[in-house]
Ligand binder design. Structure first.
Ligand code: FES
Length: 59
């Protein structure tokens, strides 16, 4: 379900996060937050972003 909203504060979908990971070499959590804004509100979604990052980097 790549269109899941991961970050409600900033309205960032899983698809956007995956896209960011795929299009930026050696991307880390902070980069994803800077680029998409995800995780920069309440912070409750940061763990979910990390999980997506780890999952995508294993592919
Ligand atoms: S849900 Fe992502 S910062 Fe609040």
């Amino acid at each position: 379900m790549e269109d899941n909203i991961i970050c409600n504060c900033m309205d960032v979908s899983e698809h956007e996060i995956v896209f960011t990971i795929k299009n930026n070499e050696d991307v880390n959590l902070q980069d994803i937050m800077d680029i998409t804004g995800a995780g920069t509100g309440c912070g409750s979604c940061v763990g979910d972003i990390e999980e997506i990052l780890e999952r995508e980097l294993k592919k």
